[in-house]
Design a protein around this ligand. Structure first.
Ligand code: GAR
Length: 204
């Protein structure tokens, strides 16, 4: 059974969807711990499902690296096979990425590499695009720059505001996330970064 740690900052609706999926008897992964960078509403979902949780408040640490070291110490207690950033609105320090990569994935409410960053839905609306999307990526040191492992387009409809568009994207994110976690549990290479291109054959 794959052990999954989920990190959140907000309402945790995608976390809840994963908890629901993982409560099905044939789902091959379990959420073993939920962590957050601040006290937030999403922690209530963990409590409801009887999953332990922790908060490592970002603002209590002098540096991002210090915060990351404590976050990693908390995660290590649970020996997660996979770490899911599900609305964690903090950039992980490189030490934490290096420690777990490529076993850290992130959900993002846009069709990356379009609209990276913390305001993906707002940015898509401001750009006036007809469609945006949802992505699941492997976390690297950049801001939403890691390899894409699942993504799907979502239409922008006339009259959309940030809330209506985000609420159309989230169910797609949830489906992609649950599918990626299931795939990782059954074939771990599924979330690994794509293999580098083969070297050209040596010339005679
Ligand atoms: C989700 O749309 C997630 O992709 C996004 O925050 C939302 C969290 O919703 N994450 C990012 O924008 C990270 N760059 P939730 O708390 O209701 O699951």
């Amino acid at each position: 059974m794959l052990s999954v740690a989920v990190l959140i900052s907000g309402g945790g609706s995608n976390l809840r969807a994963l908890l629901e999926a993982a409560s099905e008897p044939d789902f091959p992964a379990q959420v073993t711990v939920v962590g957050a960078d601040r006290p937030c509403d999403g922690l209530a979902h963990a409590e409801e499902y009887g999953i332990p949780s922790f908060v490592v408040p970002y603002t209590r640490f002098a540096t991002r690296a210090d915060w990351g070291a404590e976050l990693a110490a908390q995660l290590d207690i649970w020996h997660p096979d996979l770490i899911v950033l599900s609305g964690l609105m903090r950039l992980l320090p490189p030490e934490v990425v290096a420690r777990y990569s490529p076993r850290i994935i992130n959900t993002h409410p846009a069709y990356l590499p379009e609209f990276p960053g913390p305001h993906a839905v707002r940015d898509a609306l401001a750009a006036g695009v007809a469609q945006t999307g949802a992505s699941v990526i492997i976390v690297d040191d950049g801001v939403d720059t890691g390899p894409v492992i699942a993504q799907e387009r979502v239409p922008v409809l006339p009259g959309d505001d940030e809330h209506t568009l985000h609420e159309r994207i989230k169910p797609v994110e949830r489906r992609l996330l649950i599918d990626v976690v299931r795939r990782h549990a059954t074939q771990p290479a599924a979330t690994a970064a794509p293999a580098p291109a083969p070297l050209p054959a040596a010339e005679e």
